[in-house]
Design a protein around this ligand. Structure first.
Ligand code: SAH
Ligand code: SF4
Length: 337
């Protein structure tokens, strides 16, 4: 669904005042009315116009998978404009958080060696509307249970900073109190380390969270796993995150996927500890979810040992609880259905 600004522009063109945009958003987000014809506050002529010319959702549900306990729901969408397929995941945590993991691109050109999305190559960027609609779908879906969406993470398909403008417009739409009203602090952008994106984010007047996919504390190994590291070396990346921390006073999350025999050795835990020591950060160790690659997840003991070594450097670290593996909805398992 379009944002406030775009509705105002459309309405101006057809001779309706801006407050109609506010009414429309109120109907969708506060009253759960997802059909223009049912928006009784709007003049009939405007309802007819919208119904005919402006599709409410830019994506449509193609396939739904739910875990047996109902905590994770994965949805495959088709884009209205060209039928391209994307996936999103809703996670319902025990503590009440309702988190939607959204895609920002169809495919991804970063091509990380261990990632299912990376293996499918890059198809196109999503529009801000296609990104936000992944969240709107779940809002409308959860309406009956009156569970608001509390968090949005850009951890689905794609590299958000390779689609910067549309991603930021989606973030503003999600954050807009007239529309989605998700707190900026509850929105997280996850990047494979696109340095210009991190630097631009520092300049935005938005308190969104930043997660950086590090995966290795040494340049050579990082290049092997995350090819974009050739373009944006570890030294530049660390400079950018340090600047981010200095200027925003916000903590950076470093994601580190645990790959058996590749990046889980104790010596690498020491290197990571030295690299991050003293930074306002948090490390999230992600047990690798098997996909169609040569990689396997580290053993539980290796992950525990890695964590303990990091803690000796006083680097805050947690092991991510992975949800949704049974339905291929976990991190890095999103591809094309
Ligand atoms: N493209 C962005 C965000 C999407 S992926 C990025 O790379 O940061 C979100 C996280 O899941 C990233 O840290 C990514 O490296 C990780 N990931 C990718 N494939 C995975 C897999 N198969 N198992 C576990 N984590 C994976
Ligand atoms: Fe792209 Fe992220 Fe997958 Fe790397 S891990 S290929 S950046 S989606």
């Amino acid at each position: 669904m379009k944002d406030y600004k775009e509705f105002v522009e459309i309405f101006e063109r057809v001779g309706h005042p801006p407050f109609r945009a506010r009414q429309l958003l109120n109907d969708v987000f506060n009253r759960g009315v997802a059909d223009f014809r049912e928006m009784k506050n709007l003049p009939v002529s405007l309802r007819d116009f919208l119904d005919e010319k402006v599709p409410l959702l830019s994506i449509e549900e193609k396939k739904v998978s739910v875990t047996p306990d109902g905590s994770v729901k994965k949805v495959l969408f088709g884009c209205q404009k060209d039928g391209k397929k994307i996936e999103s995941v809703l996670m319902r945590f025990k503590d009440g958080r309702r988190t939607v993991c959204v895609s920002s691109q169809v495919g991804c050109n970063v091509k990380c060696k261990f990632c299912a999305t990376g293996q499918m190559g890059f198809k196109r960027n999503l529009t801000y509307e296609e990104i936000a609609d992944q969240v709107l779908y779940f809002i409308l879906d959860l309406k009956d249970y009156s569970e608001p969406i509390t968090n949005v993470v850009f951890m689905g398909m794609g590299e958000p900073f390779n689609n910067y403008e549309e991603v930021m417009r989606a973030v503003r739409h999600l954050n807009d109190a007239r529309a989605f009203n998700v707190g900026a602090r509850n929105i997280t952008l996850s990047t494979s380390g696109i340095v210009p994106g991190i630097l631009s984010l520092i300049e935005e007047d938005l308190q969104v969270g930043l997660a950086v996919s590090l995966h290795a504390p040494l340049q050579d190994l990082r290049e092997e796993l995350v090819p974009i590291a050739k373009k944006y070396p570890l030294t530049d990346l660390m400079e950018a995150t340090q600047k981010y921390i200095r200027e925003t006073h916000r903590r950076v999350t470093y994601e580190y996927v645990m790959l058996a025999g590749v990046n889980d050795k104790p010596v690498l835990a020491h290197e990571l500890g030295k690299l991050l020591k003293g930074q306002l950060c948090h490390v999230n160790l992600i047990p690798y979810n098997a996909t169609d690659t040569i990689y396997r997840c580290s053993r539980k003991k290796a992950i525990e040992d890695f964590k303990e070594i990091l803690e000796t450097y006083r680097v805050p670290v947690t092991v991510r609880v992975s949800l949704g593996q049974g339905i291929d909805a976990a991190c890095g398992q999103l591809a094309n259905g």
